[in-house]
Design a protein around this ligand. Structure first.
Ligand code: ADP
Ligand code: ADP
Length: 224
């Protein structure tokens, strides 16, 4: 298989970022997370960041036209030519169609959409205990995946904080938005035959093993 163009899919808090951290070192692929890109824009105070912030704070999706342009630019960069791991994009049918068009213009296609399946009640437990490092966004959980030293990132020593949108009312809103606007993409990708499901309620190492096994199978299928 020449390229691995992967989408990590699932509700907020499913463990996409946690798995991406492991997969990017397994496969040496660039990790493209639209949520991280937007938060960087907010922090830098760019025009995009100023426009996006109001939506993010409420738990709404940022409008498609802003996101599609940002993602298209990033996917066109040289380091993404041999593959990528997308996280948090696409989140609407319009975004998925825009992505398909962009890839087909480059004679490329998505290899697989990995749906990390987690029920709502688990999402709520995960997001309310999530902590992220201020430097690189590494993920921890106060109970399920605590750092070695309280509030300090194991990987880069930076401070751990709670995201503004990981507050109970915003978590609830993000779940509603996921079910309404993003979950329909499960059928969209299933119909294309590229959806693969992973039980996201297992511990992180097991989810990781499952994803690696799925990718190994995809590679075998491609070689046959
Ligand atoms: P997403 O990127 O899908 O929003 P994260 O990777 O940030 O999700 O994970 C959300 C929270 O759940 C984090 O606090 C993370 O430490 C924790 N978490 C991730 N995977 C698991 C898992 N398999 N079991 C328990 N907790 C997990
Ligand atoms: P999570 O880690 O909880 O899955 P993200 O970090 O992916 O959340 O996204 C945080 C917020 O950024 C979303 O609630 C939304 O406001 C905005 N966002 C990120 N990606 C997109 C996208 N593809 N389309 C619209 N809004 C997005």
């Amino acid at each position: 298989m020449s390229e691995l163009n992967l989408i990590l899919f699932g509700p907020p808090g499913a463990g996409k970022g946690t798995q991406a951290d492991r997969l990017r070192s397994d496969f040496q692929l660039p990790y493209i997370a639209t949520g991280d890109m937007l938060r960087a824009n907010v922090k830098e105070g760019t025009e995009l960041g100023q426009q996006a912030k109001q939506y993010m704070d409420r738990g709404d999706l940022v409008p498609d036209e802003l996101i599609v342009a940002m993602a298209a630019e990033r996917l066109g960069e040289d380091d993404a030519l041999d593959g990528f791991i997308l996280d948090g994009f696409p989140r609407t049918t319009e975004q998925a169609e825009a992505l398909d068009k962009q890839l087909s213009r480059m004679s490329r296609r998505i290899t697989a959409v990995l749906l990390i399946d987690v029920p709502d009640r688990e999402v709520i437990r995960r997001l309310s205990g999530r902590r992220v490092c201020v430097k690189a966004g590494h993920n921890y959980h106060v109970d399920f995946d605590p750092p070695k030293h309280d509030d300090v990132c194991d990987q880069d020593g930076s401070r751990l904080v709670q995201r503004d949108d990981d507050q109970p009312e915003v978590i609830e809103k993000r779940l509603v938005v996921y079910h309404d606007q993003t979950e329909p993409l499960v059928d969209y990708y299933d119909q294309q035959g590229i959806l693969r499901r992973v039980d996201g309620t297992r511990p992180p190492a097991e989810v990781h093993d499952h994803i690696r096994a799925l990718i190994a199978t995809l590679r075998l299928e491609e070689d046959v």
